[in-house]
Design a protein around this ligand. Structure first.
Ligand SMILES: [Zn+2]
Length: 175
């Protein structure tokens, strides 16, 4: 009996896998990882072995620019299934990336964040206006070049890249 139970336990461990799903908030571009252990037997729907575990990684946008009233709006960004031994059993990246030109730069570039913050501190930029820039169309959507928020985005990115241009070889250098 103990042997049967042991074999069953081993078989169950062999069929266990972890499903990981990635979501990104359409507004503040924060990331949420959802993971769930499952028992996968061919031909049968996966059986959950654990509770769904959520891990939210707040973006810089969420921490610095979004109003307190912001509610996350999660969009699936991809899913993977890993066997208990680490093998990847399935991958799908059919989801969308909801970043736009501004949030993409803001998340990856600490200097750009410092530049934006300095302009906010100087009273030159309003956080409320930036919250609208954050919500501009994503890079795979129909671009918006006309709205006040779109014009603010363009002015801000242009001014930033100009400020970082090489003073000798870049634009506006001494001739
Ligand atoms: Zn959010």
């Amino acid at each position: 009996m103990a042997i049967v139970a042991g074999l069953l336990a081993v078989a169950m461990v062999c069929m266990a896998s972890r499903r990981r799903s990635l979501y990104r908030c359409r507004g503040c571009v924060s990331i949420r990882h959802e993971s769930l252990w499952q028992l996968r037997v061919w031909g049968v729907p996966p059986l959950p072995l654990s509770r769904v575990r959520d891990e939210v990684r707040l973006s810089h946008v969420a921490r610095n620019l979004m109003p307190r009233s912001h509610r996350h709006d999660w969009v699936m960004g991809g899913r993977s299934v890993h066997h208990v031994l680490g093998l990847v059993l399935g991958l799908s990246a059919s989801g969308r990336d909801v970043r736009n030109e501004f949030t993409w730069e803001y998340e990856r570039n600490a200097e750009f964040r410092a530049y934006v913050q300095a302009r906010i501190d100087a009273g030159d930029l309003a956080v409320d206006d930036l919250a609208e820039v954050v919500l501009l169309p994503t890079m795979d959507q129909e671009p918006d070049n006309q709205s006040p928020a779109a014009r603010l985005r363009d002015r801000l990115l242009d001014a930033y890249f100009e400020s970082t241009a090489d003073p000798i070889h870049g634009h506006g250098g001494v001739h």
